[in-house]
Design a protein around this ligand. Structure first.
Ligand code: SF4
Ligand code: SF4
Ligand code: SF4
Length: 306
């Protein structure tokens, strides 16, 4: 009698920090339970690996039913690896906000590659430019669905461990994973009155609240003039509980990426601010609001003549 083979899981990183993979390991017992459902065939954080050079010098990565890819695409080498992963994985998941929306590395997109290269690797003596070659860079940092077809976006910086495990388990069982679709605000218990301050407060300014009182008695941070990205950020970071940053009484920074995949997150936020009576001209650096979602052409180089 032949034994049914478990789905194979391939986990790989591109322009990433390894935080997404660590989040999966942070699943603890849940992660150990996942090992009963899938066979891990590739996972650089856990297993030493070398790219054997396959046919035509392409990276030789194993075939798998499920592929988790963290990080955006910033170099020609990463693009080649991503294309190989796409060919080898039946279901390809953009794992974390860097993969789904560019994440922190895509902040680079507000300058040209040449400007970044010159500033960081040529003019800054602290950089070790010998390790990098400008010719191998792409013109900007891409989310992976800008380069290959992606089956599922699993955003978060990093995604919640329970959500990662549940997502892989659902895919292994042939089910559609259940992921949050509504905004952070929909999961937030703060008090909203529909009006706001006319001025914007600095991000590091403390919110007004009574530390002895529960969070659901605190006034909405956006209405207090703090630039909370909750209205335009997809929820899920707190699971069934309230969003993580709101729990700590600080504004959402947008680390799960936009609610509307095809929308313009910055424009949506400016609309929200206008509806609250907040003057967007008071925001010193509007583009920094897109610190987690600068791919998909949202952050373009700011090129000035001369
Ligand atoms: S999404 Fe966050 S945790 Fe994951 S690779 Fe990017 S920066 Fe790291
Ligand atoms: S704007 Fe921020 S503080 Fe206000 S409801 Fe939304 S998530 Fe909560
Ligand atoms: S509240 Fe916003 S920034 Fe904080 S963890 Fe959740 S999605 Fe990320």
């Amino acid at each position: 009698m032949s034994e049914t083979r478990r789905p194979r899981l391939c986990c790989h990183w591109l322009h990433a920090c390894s935080g997404c993979e660590l989040a999966l390991l942070n699943g603890g017992d849940l992660f150990l339970g996942l090992l009963q459902l899938v066979d891990i065939v590739h996972f650089p954080l856990l297993l030493d690996y070398k790219y054997a050079s396959g046919a035509e010098g392409k990276p030789d990565l194993p075939a798998a039913e499920i592929g988790l890819v963290s990080g955006g695409v910033a170099s020609k080498n990463q693009l080649e690896v991503l294309r190989t992963l796409r060919g080898q994985c039946r279901i390809l998941v953009a794992f974390g906000t860097c993969a789904s929306h560019g994440g922190i590395p895509a902040l680079r997109n507000q300058w040209t590659a040449e400007q970044t290269w010159n500033t960081v690797f040529q003019e800054d003596e602290r950089s070790c430019s010998g390790e990098f070659e400008y010719e191998k860079w792409l013109d900007r940092v891409y989310a992976i669905d800008e380069q290959v077809e992606v089956d599922l976006l699993l955003p978060g910086c990093p995604p919640r461990p329970e959500t990662i495990v549940a997502t892989v388990a659902a895919l292994a069982a042939g089910h559609q994973p259940q992921l949050a679709e509504k905004s952070v605000c929909e999961h937030c218990p703060t008090v909203r009155t529909g009006t706001g301050r006319m001025s914007v407060r600095r991000f590091l300014a403390n919110a007004d609240y009574d530390p002895e009182a529960p969070v659901d008695s605190m006034r909405c941070l956006l209405e207090q003039g703090l630039l909370c990205m909750g209205p335009v950020t997809v929820g899920g970071c707190g699971g069934r509980e309230m969003p993580l940053c709101i729990r700590a009484r600080v504004p959402c920074r947008g680390c799960y990426g936009p609610v509307r995949r095809q929308g313009n997150q910055l424009l949506d936020l400016l609309n929200v601010l206008a509806s609250k009576g907040i003057d967007h001209r008071a925001i010193v650096d509007r583009r920094s609001l897109l610190r987690f979602s600068g791919a998909h052409g949202l952050l373009k180089p700011n090129i000035r003549e001369g």
